[in-house]
Ligand binder design. Structure first.
Ligand SMILES: [Zn+2]
Ligand SMILES: [Zn+2]
Length: 213
């Protein structure tokens, strides 16, 4: 009888240990899964719309890649027809962003580039023209050349693109005058902007950006 009890205790301990090992193994692999997901670097996808010239697209693409090398260029596509706003002959930035977000894989962020005028809702104004728009946070943003100054259009184009990409990653406006996340407050300040400042950069790194120095 006593032997029976001892055998039962040993068996219980054996099964218990086995179960614990099984659970801890599963738990570990789940933790590893989460860690490896977090470690996967963010990739930028540049999505040109068909209306933009190839030279403008390649300029912006090259400049973004100089700042963040894990960037790919997608083939040009037409602007989504449901984003067209007939009364003002322009395109709803919010609709474009939703459309881009739907086809953006996890661990990627997409920037749409167009020459067409784009707009969004601002307070009571239903159709407010903008240079660029990005949800904060979000998976996609869009930038247009339509309202850029001719003086330094190409430079403004890629810097505004990086600014909107920064918003999608959760970045707020930055007080550093040299930072792409500076709030232009209606002015053309791109001449003075040349980097993501160390503070903004550290937020991006936490978000999964892997900068190559
Ligand atoms: Zn902004
Ligand atoms: Zn900054």
């Amino acid at each position: 009888m006593k032997r029976g009890i001892v055998a039962l205790i040993v068996l219980t301990l054996f099964v218990g240990c086995g179960y614990f090992l099984f659970i801890s193994h599963n738990y570990r692999s789940k933790i590893n899964g989460i860690l490896s997901f977090k470690k996967r670097p963010i990739r930028i996808q540049v999505q040109p719309f068909g209306d933009l010239s190839a030279s403008q697209v390649s300029f912006v693409y090259d400049e973004i890649r100089k700042v963040y090398s894990n960037t790919v260029l997608l083939k040009p596509v037409a602007l989504p027809s449901n984003s067209y706003y007939v009364p003002r002959d322009r395109y709803k930035a919010d609709s474009i962003i939703h459309w881009l977000s739907n086809s953006t894989p996890d661990s990627c962020v997409t920037i749409g580039l167009t020459s067409k005028d784009i707009s969004t809702v601002k307070g009571d104004i239903k159709d407010w023209g903008v240079i660029g728009l990005g949800f904060q946070p979000g998976k996609a943003c869009v930038v247009s050349t339509s309202r850029l100054s001719n003086k330094n259009l190409s430079e403004q184009f890629f810097k505004v693109s990086l600014h909107e990409l920064g918003h999608t990653q959760g970045l707020e406006h930055c007080e550093n005058k040299a930072c792409f996340m500076r709030d232009a407050e209606g002015h053309n300040t791109t001449d003075e902007e040349y980097e993501f400042c160390p503070k903004c950069r550290s937020v991006l790194i936490k978000r999964g950006w892997v900068f190559k120095s």
